[in-house]
Design a binder for this molecule. Structure first.
Ligand SMILES: [Zn+2]
Length: 167
């Protein structure tokens, strides 16, 4: 698989039947996917952006990009890397709250929930879950990053709640 920047990433390999969970992240700050990719290469010396997928808004609507092959064991969630698929949702999910059926934005913060990203995320999770049940006979668990790694607030209060409230 290719990143938006077009570079293949040489992570360690794993077999797909080791995977039993999806871990959701948010961007939580400024920057593009390419910028995050370069940051990890330059500042951490990693293969690059560590998520398997990213859900982001583009000029032609909300898109889910595959950034890494699912057989790549990447570093996105300490204690859970080898067994999980990492999905990054572009946005900052501490800056929103749930208000009786509507996601509202906190004024002045960079947040865009009403733009279809959660719908796209849900679609992607549903697709992966079906695939895993069929091919691996494994039911994927969906978790917020902060539920597996201590010391992070990722993916924000709001997106964490969304993960926990999924059936
Ligand atoms: Zn995270």
């Amino acid at each position: 698989m290719q990143t938006p920047a077009g570079k293949p990433l040489p992570w360690k390999k794993r077999s797909l039947n080791e995977i039993d969970r999806i871990i959701v992240h948010h961007r939580g700050g400024p920057g593009t996917l390419d910028g995050i990719h370069k940051y990890y290469q330059k500042n951490r010396g990693w293969a690059g952006i560590p998520y398997h997928f990213a859900v982001t808004s583009t000029a032609s609507g909300v898109k889910a990009y595959q950034l890494n092959d699912l057989s790549s064991s990447t570093w996105h969630a300490r204690n859970s890397n080898r067994r999980s698929i990492g999905i990054l949702v572009d946005g900052w999910y501490d800056a929103q709250w749930w208000d009786g059926g509507v996601y509202r934005l906190v004024k002045g913060k960079d947040s865009t929930v009403g733009d279809g990203k959660l719908g796209k995320l849900d679609e992607l999770i549903t697709h992966l879950s079906r695939e895993w049940e069929l091919q691996q006979k494994i039911k994927l668990e969906v978790l917020a990053h902060k539920d597996v790694t201590k010391g992070t607030g990722c993916p924000g209060i709001f997106l964490s709640d969304w993960c926990r409230s999924r059936p």
